[in-house]
Design a binder for this molecule. Structure first.
Ligand SMILES: Nc1nc2c(c(=O)[nH]1)N[C@H]1C(S)=C(S)[C@@H](COP(=O)(O)OP(=O)(O)OC[C@H]3O[C@@H](n4cnc5c(=O)[nH]c(N)nc54)[C@H](O)[C@@H]3O)O[C@H]1N2
Ligand SMILES: Nc1nc2c(c(=O)[nH]1)N[C@H]1C(S)=C(S)[C@@H](COP(=O)(O)OP(=O)(O)OC[C@H]3O[C@@H](n4cnc5c(=O)[nH]c(N)nc54)[C@H](O)[C@@H]3O)O[C@H]1N2
Ligand code: SF4
Ligand SMILES: [Mo]
Length: 690
C-alpha cells in the first residue's frame, strides 16, 4: 500500500504535568504512526514518559467517544445512543434557554480543569460564552491556588527560580513533591547537581520513589510541616546561621519572627511532626550552611486545612539564610506565573460582560449540586477537561448530585469517564494530536507550540470549536464568540510584554518551543525587589491578617489530622493520603487503558503494626471508612507509610473498585485556609477487616 510520504509535526504535551514536553509526531496518510520526544527540547530532551509513550494507543483506542451521545438509560448507568451534532447542539441550546428563562443565568455552570492545559483549549471562548449567558462562575482552585496564595503572602508573588538552575544547587530539599513521578524530567538536572556534590533531601509523609532515591529522607506526619519549619528557623537563629545583612536589607518583621519561633524548640516540633529533635537540628544546620541551597516544591503539600500557612511559612526559610543571593538558590515552585504574567485575559470585550455574581468552588461541586438551599439551584452543568466524579473530594456527594433527575449535564470528553457516564449528552472531544494550541509550562520557562498533526477522528471536535457551535445554536450574534483558534492565540499572548520579546507566532510555530525572555541565568531576587507592599519579604504580613491568618507564620493542627479533634480521632485514628502513585496514570486519565496500571487494581497501604493491631493480614479485604463513605479494598502492607498513616493511590475509576466507591469517596472537601484549595489529605479513617 502506498501511504504517501511521512510528515513530521511538532507538538507539546497537553497534560496537567509540570514538564510540558516537546514531541514530534510522524504522520503517514493522515494517521499518526509514531510519537516521540523532541530531542531538541532543552528541558525534556527527547524523552516523554510511560503514559505518553503510549499516547497513540489512547488516540486510536476503540473505546474513544467519536460521536455525540444521548442518554437512554437511568442517570449514571452509562447507556447512550448516538445522535447527530445538530441534534445535540439543538437539545443543549433548548435546555439551557429554558432553564435560564426559569431560574436566571446562574443556574448554569461551566466546569473545567486542566485535562488539556493549552492556552486556548483549556479555557478561552468558554469564558466569553458563559459570561454572556450570566452563568455561575467556576473557581478553578483544585490545584495550585493555595500554594501560590501562601507563597504570595510572604514574597508578594509565586515567582521563583528557574527549575533548570537546580543543576547549580548543592543542597536540594524536595519538599512535598514526588519529583521522580510527577516531574520526572527535572530528575536528570537533580542528578547532575548530585554528581557535582549536591545533597538531595526529601520531606514527605510517604516514602515515595523520590524518597527512596534521596540522600536523606525526612518523614513528618502529614500537615505538620509548619511546626518543622518554625523549629528549623529557631535553630538557624539560635546558631547564628541567619544571613543578617540580607535579612536587614530585604525583609520586614525579623524581630517579630525571632520572638515567634523562640517558642518552637525542636523538642516541641518533634512531638507534633513525629521526627526526632536531633534530626530537625541536623536539617536546619545543613540548610543553613551548604550553598547554593534550594527548596523545590509543587502542589501535594497544599491539600491540607492549613495548606496555605505551610507555603507561607516555607517562603520564609530561603529569606532567612539569604539563599536568594545564589544561582541555584532560593525556592522553586510552579513556574507558571512567569508565563501567566505575560498573557492577556481575553475574557470579554469590556462592555459585554454580565457573568453571574455567584462563584462555585470546583472542589465543592458535590456540595453545590446537593445543597437544597442553593438559590437559584444548579440545573445545567457543562463539563470539559475534567472528570470531577472521580477527582473531586467527597465523591459520594458528587455522585448524588450528578444523579439528580432535574440536572441537565453535558460532558465533552474523549472517553466515557465516570463523569461522562452521568451525562445527559456526551460530546466527542479531540486529542492534542487533533487540534492547535500553545502550551505554557509550570515546570520550566519554555512556551510550546502544538500543531494539529491529524484531522479530528470520527466526529470529534475541539473545545473551542464546540463553544463556537454552542454560540451559533443559541443564536448569539457577537462576533467575538466566533474567533478562530489562531485569533485566540494571538489575543492571548502579550507580545508587548518584556517576557515575550523574542517570541513571535511564526518563530514559535517553526521551532516548536521558545524560552521566555527572562535573564539566563535567572537569579530573580538576589537584590530583593519583592512585589510586596514593602518591596521586601514579609515575615510579618498584613495581607495574612486580612486573609484570616496570624500576622506571623504559625502552626495549627488540622481538625482531621494528627492533633485534631479528639472525638473524630477516637473513631477514625488513621490519616488517609490518596496520592498520585502510578507512572502510567495521569490523575484519572489512562487508568482504564491496558498496560497503564499495576495489575490487581486498587488497594490500601498500611503499616504492618497498624494492620496487626486490627487483625488484618496482607492481601485481605478490608473496609476503609469514615462518616463520608465506606470503601472496600485489598490491604497491602507497605514500607511507604508510617504507623498512623494509610494511603490509597488515586486514579482508578468506579468500575475498577470492588464496590464502585473510589479513594475520593472518603476525602475531606473542607477548603484550605486560603486560596480556595481543598483539604484532601486531612482525612481520617478507620480500617477494619471486611
Ligand atoms: N505520573 C503522574 N504525574 C503527574 C500527575 C499524575 O497524576 N501522575 N499529576 C500531575 C498534577 S495534576 C500535579 S498537581 C502534580 C503534582 O506534583 P507533586 O506536588 O509533586 O505531587 P503530589 O503527589 O500531589 O504531592 C507530592 C507529595 O506531597 C506529599 N504530601 C502530602 N501531604 C504533605 C504534607 O503535609 N507535607 C509534605 N511535606 N508532603 C506532603 C505526598 O505524600 C506526595 O508524595 O503532578 C503532575 N504530574
Ligand atoms: N484523592 C485525590 N484527588 C485529587 C488529587 C489527588 O492527588 N488525590 N489531585 C487533584 C489535582 S492536583 C488535580 S489537578 C485534579 C485533576 O482532576 P481532573 O482534571 O478532573 O483529572 P483528569 O483525570 O486529568 O481528567 C481530565 C479529563 O480531561 C479529558 N481531556 C483531555 N484533553 C481534553 C480536551 O482537549 N478536551 C476535553 N473536552 N477533554 C479533555 C481527559 O480525557 C480526562 O478525562 O485532581 C485532584 N484530585
Ligand atoms: S505527561 Fe508530563 S512527563 Fe509525560 S510527556 Fe506529558 S509533559 Fe512529559
Ligand atoms: Mo494538579
Amino acid at each position: 500500500m502506498n501511504r504517501g510520504p511521512a510528515r513530521e509535526v511538532l507538538g507539546t504535551c497537553h497534560h496537567d504535568c509540570p514538564d510540558s514536553c516537546g514531541w514530534v509526531v510522524t504522520v503517514e496518510a493522515d494517521r499518526a504512526v509514531r510519537l516521540r520526544g523532541n530531542p531538541a527540547h532543552p528541558y525534556s530532551r527527547g524523552e516523554l514518559c510511560p503514559k505518553v509513550n503510549r499516547l497513540l494507543e489512547r488516540v486510536y483506542s476503540p473505546d474513544r467517544v467519536l460521536t455525540p451521545l444521548e442518554r437512554t438509560g437511568a442517570k449514571g448507568q452509562g447507556q447512550f445512543r448516538p445522535i447527530s451534532w445538530d441534534d445535540a447542539l439543538a437539545r443543549i441550546a433548548a435546555e439551557w434557554t429554558e432553564r435560564i428563562a426559569r431560574h436566571g443565568g446562574e443556574t448554569l455552570l461551566g466546569y473545567f480543569d486542566a485535562g488539556t492545559q493549552g492556552l486556548i483549549q483549556m479555557t478561552s471562548l468558554d469564558r466569553r460564552l458563559f459570561a454572556v449567558l450570566g452563568a455561575s462562575q467556576h473557581d478553578a482552585t483544585i490545584c495550585g491556588s493555595t500554594a501560590r496564595t501562601g507563597l504570595t503572602l510572604t514574597n508578594g508573588t509565586g515567582l521563583g527560580a528557574d527549575p533548570m538552575d537546580i543543576v547549580h544547587s548543592r543542597f536540594i530539599v524536595l519538599w512535598g513533591t514526588n519529583t521522580r513521578l510527577t516531574n520526572r524530567h527535572l530528575w536528570p538536572f537533580i542528578e547532575q547537581a548530585r554528581s557535582a556534590g549536591a545533597t538531595v533531601v526529601v520531606v514527605d509523609p510517604l516514602r515515595t520513589s523520590t524518597a527512596e532515591a534521596a540522600d536523606w529522607f525526612i518523614q513528618p506526619l502529614p500537615g505538620t510541616d509548619s511546626a518543622l519549619m518554625l523549629a528549623m528557623m529557631a535553630v538557624l537563629i539560635a546558631e547564628d546561621l541567619v544571613d543578617k545583612p540580607w535579612v536587614d536589607a530585604h525583609t520586614v518583621g525579623y524581630e517579630a519572627l525571632v520572638e515567634r519561633v523562640s517558642a518552637w524548640t525542636p523538642a516541641r516540633a518533634s512531638a507534633i511532626c513525629g521526627i526526632p529533635a536531633e534530626e530537625i537540628v541536623a536539617l536546619a544546620r545543613a540548610y543553613g550552611t551548604i550553598r547554593p541551597c534550594v527548596i523545590r516544591t509543587l502542589i501535594g503539600a497544599e491539600h491540607h486545612e492549613h495548606g496555605g500557612e505551610l507555603f507561607r511559612t516555607m517562603a520564609a526559610l530561603p529569606a532567612l539564610i539569604g539563599a536568594w543571593r545564589d544561582l541555584g538558590g532560593g525556592l522553586v515552585g510552579s513556574s507558571g506565573p512567569w508565563t501567566e504574567e505575560a498573557l492577556i485575559d481575553i475574557d470579554l470585550p469590556a462592555d459585554a460582560g454580565r457573568w453571574g455574581s455567584r462563584h462555585i468552588n470546583m472542589a465543592q461541586l458535590g456540595r453545590a449540586l446537593t445543597d437544597p438551599l442553593l438559590a437559584p439551584p444548579l440545573t445545567a452543568l457543562y463539563v470539559w477537561n475534567a472528570n470531577p466524579a472521580l477527582t473531586a473530594p467527597a465523591a459520594e456527594s458528587t455522585r448524588r448530585g450528578l444523579a439528580r433527575e432535574d440536572l441537565f449535564t453535558v460532558v465533552h470528553e474523549q472517553f466515557l469517564t465516570d463523569t461522562a457516564r452521568c451525562a445527559d449528552v456526551v460530546l466527542p472531544a479531540t486529542t492534542q494530536l487533533e487540534h492547535l494550541d500553545v502550551v505554557p509550562a509550570w515546570g520550566h520557562l519554555y512556551l510550546g507550540w502544538n500543531e494539529a498533526a491529524i484531522a479530528p477522528l470520527g466526529e470529534a471536535r475541539s473545545n473551542t470549536e464546540v463553544f463556537r457551535n454552542l454560540a451559533a445554536a443559541l443564536g448569539r450574534t457577537e462576533t467575538w464568540l466566533y474567533d478562530s483558534d489562531e485569533q485566540l492565540i494571538s489575543q492571548r499572548l502579550n507580545f508587548a510584554h518584556e517576557r515575550m520579546q523574542a517570541i513571535s507566532l511564526p518563530s514559535l510555530r517553526a521551532s516548536g518551543f521558545q524560552r521566555l525572555s527572562v535573564p539566563d541565568p535567572l537569579v530573580p531576587f538576589a537584590e530583593g525587589n519583592f512585589p510586596t507592599p514593602s518591596g521586601r519579604v514579609q515575615f510579618v504580613s498584613a495581607a495574612a491578617t486580612a486573609a484570616g491568618l496570624d500576622e506571623l507564620p504559625d502552626y495549627r493542627p488540622a481538625r482531621e489530622g494528627p492533633g485534631g479533634e479528639a472525638e473524630v480521632l477516637g473513631r477514625y485514628p488513621l490519616q488517609l493520603l490518596t496520592p498520585k502513585t502510578h507512572p502510567g496514570f495521569l490523575n484519572s486519565t489512562y487508568s482504564v487503558l491496558p498496560h497503564h496500571g499495576p495489575p490487581g487494581g486498587p488497594f490500601v497501604e498500611l503499616d504492618p503494626s497498624d494492620a496487626a493491631r486490627r487483625g488484618i493480614a496482607d492481601g485481605q479485604m478490608v473496609v476503609v471508612s469514615n462518616d463520608r463513605a465506606t470503601v472496600e479494598l485489598v490491604a497491602r502492607f507497605s514500607p511507604r507509610v508510617r504507623p498512623g498513616v494509610v494511603a490509597i493511590p488515586f486514579g482508578w475509576w468506579q468500575q475498577q473498585h470492588p464496590d464502585g466507591r473510589t479513594a475520593n469517596a472518603l476525602t475531606n472537601d473542607e477548603l484550605a485556609d486560603i486560596g480556595g484549595g481543598v483539604a484532601f489529605s486531612d482525612t481520617l479513617v478507620e480500617v477494619l477487616p471486611a
